[in-house]
Design a protein around this ligand. Structure first.
Ligand code: UT7
Length: 337
């Protein structure tokens, strides 16, 4: 996709944001009490200090919580939403789609919608899809949600994975604008199914419907070959982010922030180095929330915006890598003051 805005009728800009994180905190001390790990290993290898746990409820509650927070900040009413897109790998159930459950919870009585399954790249894929629905002129208001209750598919006896993940939801409202200088400018999005063995949850789908055997084999939990994913994630995220800067004619001094998926601080650092960005230009909150899959990027946007760190006109490069493999980068120009 190159210079898509020149050929579109409208641009899609973010005009409101919201987030929801559960109150319950699992810090590294707590992780030490349940598996053979330690704070030093977790912090130096990943950058994570805490993650959140949703004790009651499901992904639709995380998403609806984020949407309700968003609606407290905008004049747009739930019934004015045209489309709801929920990026998630932890849908409440196989069907109906979590988007339907969120629709009911927030009273978006005139919306249609769907779920987007692209793991840690889910928010980027959903954001570009939402933008495309607006750019052609068919829709005005698209609610894009990234939400995952990762605790529902995490094996808390597996130290390789349980220290990594947390629960959260975050939301952005995409709206139509005539000003093509604002909003989603361009995306490079990729998938490669040859990565399917390195990061997956094999049980519960049509390949391995749930049986006593799939449960005994722990196939309803996340499996990750950390080192294998690490290598391709570093290359994938760095390549695509640098390519996006080049495609958009952006120099490091033109970029206000890299907004990276928060899976591992070392992957984020490598991506920033490749883009020529200093540390101050990288959004980080992995220390507080761990890897919340589809929620990491919008959660960063909400927190940095509310802290007054992003301003209208800022060039942001959003970048992610996840299971599939899925990866990509998006150039977003921030619209909110
Ligand atoms: O978000 C979607 C995409 N996912 C990613 O981007 C994740 C990519 N991968 C990673 O971030 C890293 O590979 C991990 C953080 C998952 C692991 O870090 P690593 O530096 O690759 O560690 P490793 O898996 O190579 O393990 C090194 C050692 C092993 O011990 P031995 O075999 O060297 O004795 C592990 O058993 O660390 C051990 N280990 C732990 N030790 C203490 C693994 N997990 C832990 C733990 N605490 N929690």
């Amino acid at each position: 996709m190159g210079n898509q805005n020149n050929s579109k009728m409208y641009s899609a800009e973010i005009t409101a944001v919201g987030m929801y994180v559960p109150e319950k905190i699992m810090d590294n001390k707590y992780m030490e009490s349940i598996v053979d790990t330690n704070d030093e290993w977790i912090v130096t290898r990943t950058g994570i200090r805490e993650r959140r746990l949703l004790e009651n409820g499901a992904t639709s509650d995380l998403a609806a919580g984020a949407a309700k927070d968003l609606f407290t900040t905008t004049d747009v009413k739930p019934e004015e939403i045209d489309v709801i897109i929920v990026a998630t790998v932890t849908p409440d159930m196989m069907f109906p789609a979590t988007a339907c459950l969120v629709q009911e919870k927030i009273g978006a009585t005139n919306a249609w919608g769907f779920d987007m399954s692209a793991a840690c790249s889910g928010f980027l894929f959903a954001l570009q899809t939402g933008a495309s629905l607006i750019q052609g002129g068919q829709y005005k208001n698209v609610l894009v949600l990234g939400a995952d209750k990762m605790s529902s598919i995490t094996d808390y006896t597996d130290r390789n994975t349980c220290i990594l993940f947390g629960d959260a939801g975050a939301a952005v409202l995409l709206q139509r604008t005539d000003n093509k200088e604002l909003g989603i400018q361009n995306s490079i999005l990729r998938i490669d199914g040859s990565g399917k063995e390195s990061l997956n949850m094999k049980g519960g789908g049509s390949l391995n419907p749930p049986t006593h055997e799939t449960i005994d084999n722990k196939m309803h939990y996340i499996y990750q070959d950390g080192q294998a994913v690490f290598k391709v994630a570093v290359k994938g995220m760095a390549d695509v982010s640098a390519e996006m800067m080049e495609m958009q004619g952006l120099k490091p001094e033109d970029v206000a922030y890299l907004v990276p998926h928060q899976a591992n601080l070392r992957i984020i650092d490598a991506t920033a180095r490749r883009m020529g960005l200093e540390k101050e230009k990288v959004m980080i909150n992995i220390d507080k929330y761990g890897n919340t899959t589809a929620a990491t990027i919008p959660l960063c946007l909400v927190e940095y915006y509310r802290d007054g760190k992003i301003k209208k006109g800022d060039n942001l490069i959003l970048s992610a890598f996840g299971a599939g493999f899925t990866w990509g980068a998006t150039h977003l120009v921030w619209s909110l003051d």
